[in-house]
Design a protein around this ligand. Structure first.
Ligand code: NAP
Length: 424
């Protein structure tokens, strides 16, 4: 008559609101739509999450990787999580803690179904049921990245030492190159990492704005070599994705900054979208618009050691509406042709056919396949979300044309940390 009732234990997936930079990567990645957000927080629905872990590697801050063993009926609801400013303290499960209140009817001895379930859940890695398009590990030779050195609670103050427009003044694309200096304080970064900017002021609910994430446009040794500074590529947002008028809080703040203004910075973030660090590694870089920021950082890293004999080959596919809307067009075109193979895809250049980066990958199939056949080649894709599928299709087409099996190569590229996506 006193047999224990079965107790349903859940390994609840939570996102740390103090570290999360609200970049939407987890919501984009979740294959079962378990992640959602309001104006305050990104949260995981305990009734939908299957613990597949697909969202964990892409998270640039690690805020996604929080788990609590909970009695299922007491799991934190989505509504509760929306209200959090920080994660609640861990609660011991009834069976694990002699001081906790036992669940009515539950056997709380060490061998109880409750403690066994808890142990199994704590020990077992969650089942992966989803394969993302890109790698969840960095290339084997990538340098060690530092992340989360500065947080929402303890940001770093940087000084603006440069802010100028890098697109034609007569075009709609108002893209700025912004240089931030950290003075004496350490801010170690790698190409491919990002930082968060805390815009001043409060949101519609009267809460401080959350950080906005921007990729570095400068290499690890600074925008100016040997200086403790870095650069960002920021497009002034004046409309939303649907074309309706919208005022980008942080992009307008950044684009309007003057020299000597100060900015609150958090980060750095990102541990996978990193460049290889061994000699003669080749890079295929595919980007649109401001997605060129990490490509500029990586290219500049190579340019600074152009005479070292260490560089592999660089191949760039860069999409923009017109030449005048392509950030850094002038400096880019001055780079030596034997240093970087530049392919510009212009979609709205008057008098020219509409071209996307994936069209040019097909045009250059032989050269792309040649690079893909070399295990020293890494591929980076950054920019508009919409290009992800097109780029994967183009890579599949060119590989198959050369008689290779894309599904096998794709898996190898992912496993070896040689194919990376950062799209929004
Ligand atoms: P954009 O000017 O809107 O577009 C750039 C080019 O991409 C245009 O030629 C556009 O052609 C083309 N394009 C549109 N859909 C495409 C598709 N499905 N496949 C291939 N090309 C396509 O770009 P943007 O406003 O600069 O946006 C760049 C993106 O990068 C943003 O989503 C941004 O969030 C992201 N990003 C920024 C940073 C940063 O640090 N600032 C870092 C990482 C990512 P159409 O003429 O057809 O429009």
């Amino acid at each position: 008559m006193n047999a224990p009732l079965p107790v349903d234990v859940l390994k609840q997936h939570l996102i740390d609101p103090e570290i999360c930079i609200r970049c939407n990567t987890c919501e984009e990645t979740c294959p079962v739509d378990a992640i959602t957000h309001d104006s305050n927080n990104y949260v995981v629905d305990p009734d939908i999450c299957n613990g597949c872990m697909a969202c964990v590697p892409p998270c640039p801050t690690g805020s996604i990787d929080n788990w609590r063993l909970m009695v299922r009926s007491e799991a934190y609801s989505v509504q509760e999580q929306f209200g959090w400013e920080e994660l609640p303290k861990e609660k011991a499960l009834p069976a694990a803690s002699p001081t906790s209140t036992p669940i009515e009817g539950a056997d709380t001895s060490l061998d109880s179904p409750l403690s066994q379930a808890a142990e199994t859940l704590a020990a077992a890695p969650a089942q992966a049921s989803f394969t993302p398009a890109g790698a969840s590990v960095p290339p084997w030779s990538a340098a060690h990245p530092y992340v989360n050195l500065y947080t929402h609670k303890a940001p770093m103050t940087a000084t603006v030492v440069g802010n100028y427009r890098v697109t034609g003044a007569d075009t709609e694309s108002d893209i700025h190159h912004i240089v931030l200096d950290f003075g004496e304080l350490p801010f170690p970064v790698l190409e491919g990492q990002s930082i968060g900017i805390l815009p001043p002021g409060v949101d519609a609910q009267g809460r401080p704005h959350h950080a906005r994430q921007y990729s570095l446009a400068s290499p690890r040794d600074g925008e100016r070599a040997g200086y403790n500074n870095l650069s960002l590529t920021v497009k002034r947002v004046t409309e939303d994705h649907g074309g309706a008028a919208a005022h980008g809080v942080c992009s307008n703040y950044l684009c309007d900054l003057a020299k000597n203004d100060t900015v609150q910075v958090i980060g750095p973030f990102g541990h996978t979208f990193l460049m290889p660090n061994h000699p003669r590694a080749n890079l295929i870089m595919i980007c649109t618009g401001t997605g060129s920021a990490p490509m500029r950082a990586m290219t500049e890293r190579y340019r600074r050691r152009i005479d070292s004999g260490e560089n592999g080959r660089l191949m760039l596919f860069f999409g923009a509406r017109t030449e005048r809307e392509l950030p850094y067009f002038g400096p880019l075109m001055k780079l030596p042709r034997d240093f970087i193979d530049i392919n510009l895809a212009l979609s709205r250049e008057p008098g020219q056919p509409k071209r996307y980066v994936q069209d040019l990958i097909r045009d250059r199939a032989a050269q792309v396949c040649d690079l893909l056949a070399d295990r020293n080649t890494c591929i980076y894709v950054c920019g508009l979300k919409g290009m992800e599928v097109g780029v994967l299709d183009a890579l599949r087409d060119v590989t198959m044309q050369s008689g290779q099996d894309w599904s096998i190569l794709h898996e190898v590229l992912r496993r070896e940390g040689r194919l990376h996506f950062e799209t929004y």
